[in-house]
Design a protein around this ligand. Structure first.
Ligand code: ADE
Length: 223
């Protein structure tokens, strides 16, 4: 999969230069390029933002550098183009798996108060929010999206690891334990030690239901 990220802050992306994503990039499973769209402004001072029409706080990123940049790097509109903004449908695991099937993604990170809507209307296929809160910019959101999607690209993670994890079948994952058997007086549940696979599976299902119902209850209380 090829992922192109349009950002004014490419230095922020060291977060996806480690661990599993690093290996996926080295193995050629995921190719990530960062494009600083400031380079596409025609302004001699490389200005990319201006005050909002109609008044309001902060600055708005102008349409021109974004549109010029996209026309230069994806002239045939081969990439599925995503604009990251809090004013959008929230990312789900289902959408993550769907996006992992795309060969080519282009992601725009907004910053400041927003982006001139005409750039979005002209160039983008989809808007996504990573959650019901506002970040200072789309960079961290882009890292979240790339990390979540890259895990599902074929060959990035062993298949089995993706099967029973949280959010895949509407259930959350059971707790995990590793050595030692006792830590600060707390024991690993006996059932995990007895080698009875049927009982272990039953325990995992029960625990999974328990945590799922607990989280649902908390979510319900919040709304
Ligand atoms: N930019 C700022 N906040 C965001 C959010 N919650 N999701 C996506 N992009 C954002």
């Amino acid at each position: 999969m090829k992922i192109t990220i349009l950002t004014l802050f490419p230095q922020m992306f060291s977060g996806i230069e480690h661990s599993i994503i690093k290996r996926a990039r080295e193995n050629g499973k995921v190719e990530i390029s960062l494009v600083d769209f400031r380079e596409y402004t025609k302004d001699k001072h490389k200005k990319v933002d201006d005050i909002p029409y109609g008044g309001g706080n902060g600055m708005v990123i102008m349409a021109e550098p974004i549109v010029e940049c996209i026309e230069a790097i994806d002239p045939k509109h081969q990439a599925h183009r995503i604009f990251l903004t809090p004013a959008a449908p929230t990312l789900t695991q289902k959408r993550v798996t769907q996006l992992s099937q795309k060969k080519n993604l282009l992601i725009l990170c907004g910053h400041y108060e927003g982006v001139d809507q005409r750039a979005i209307d002209l160039c983008f296929d989809e808007t996504i929010s990573i959650g019901e809160y506002v970040l200072t910019g789309g960079e961290i959101a882009a890292m979240v999206l790339v990390d979540a999607v890259a895990r599902y690209v074929d060959g990035v993670i062993t298949k089995g690891s993706l099967d029973n994890e949280s959010h895949t079948n509407g259930m959350l994952e059971h707790p995990q334990y590793t050595r030692p058997r006792e830590y600060r007086g707390m024991q690993v549940p006996e059932v995990l030690l007895n080698g009875n696979h049927k009982e272990i599976e039953k325990w995992k299902t029960e625990q999974s239901e328990k945590i799922t119902n607990f989280v649902k209850l908390i979510e319900k209380e919040k709304s």
